[in-house]
Design a protein around this ligand. Structure first.
Ligand SMILES: CC(C)(COP(=O)(O)OP(=O)(O)OC[C@H]1O[C@@H](n2cnc3c(N)ncnc32)[C@H](O)[C@@H]1OP(=O)(O)O)[C@@H](O)C(=O)NCCC(=O)NCCS
Length: 208
């Protein structure tokens, strides 16, 4: 009996569960969630317990996915799953287009209506959210979130833990460092330094 255990039952977790259900790969899709109010997740899927219950819940053959939108928290939880040597699923919505010559790291999800084109390489635990695109030869590190409707031109690189905000666009060939936040709707036309936040058209550093 194939089972997918989803860690994180918030809005993003429910979208991931819905995508997993559409793939038809798992007979059972189950949540672990730390939030005291789990009613939304429980209305659609069974919640077995909190993330601390992982060891008790796991059965041989289970696969896991970490569905926490925050990049740092997702990486921390992925590390915990890795310590238990549980297979991390890769989930691609049936409506998404992913090139046979793209690579997706363990724990990465590609949500509805996305495109990931030839030669793209995505690391561990990435999220390509609804309607986003990652074009040819892009290289994304680990635990990056490409928010809904964001678009990366060809040959863009993005460092670990960066967040590409909703509706942002990144010109082809741009280098984005690690732990970068690109604001909603930004147009990124020059390289972005590690750790910075940029907003606007064209994107400029957000003064703190
Ligand atoms: C860039 C961002 C991280 C800044 O958040 P923040 O540090 O809390 O900043 P604030 O909301 O306090 O705004 C600070 C200033 O930046 C401006 N600003 C914030 N986000 C902006 C954006 N995306 N584009 C242009 N200006 C922006 C604000 O208007 C404000 O300007 P002011 O000081 O002149 O009033 C955030 O606004 C953002 O765009 N996040 C993306 C979220 C996202 O994509 N979510 C998708 C969920 S799946």
């Amino acid at each position: 009996m194939s089972r997918l255990i989803i860690l994180g039952g918030g809005g993003h977790g429910r979208v991931v569960a819905d995508t997993a259900r559409r793939t038809g790969r798992w007979e059972h899709i189950l949540f672990l969630d730390d939030a005291p109010d789990r009613t939304r997740a429980e209305s659609d899927f069974a919640v077995l317990g909190t993330c601390k219950d992982l060891d008790q819940v796991l059965r041989p053959g289970d696969e896991c996915i970490v569905a926490i939108g925050d990049n740092g928290q997702r990486r921390a939880m992925l590390d915990q799953v890795d310590q238990r040597a549980v297979p991390l699923a890769v989930i691609v919505d049936p409506s998404a287009s992913v090139s046979a010559d793209a690579s997706l790291g363990p724990g990465t999800v590609i949500l509805p209506q996305c495109a990931v084109n030839i030669g793209a390489e995505l690391g561990r635990g990435c999220i390509v959210n609804t309607g986003a695109s990652v074009d040819h030869d892009c290289r994304l590190g680990d635990c990056i979130h490409v928010a809904p409707g964001a678009h990366l031109g060809g040959d863009v690189s993005v460092g670990d833990l960066s967040w590409i905000g909703i509706g942002a666009s990144i010109r082809h060939g741009i280098r984005v460092g690690a732990r970068v936040m690109i604001g909603a709707g930004a147009a990124v036309v020059s390289n972005v330094a590690t750790g910075s936040t940029v907003v606007g058209v064209p994107a400029r550093p957000l003064e703190s």
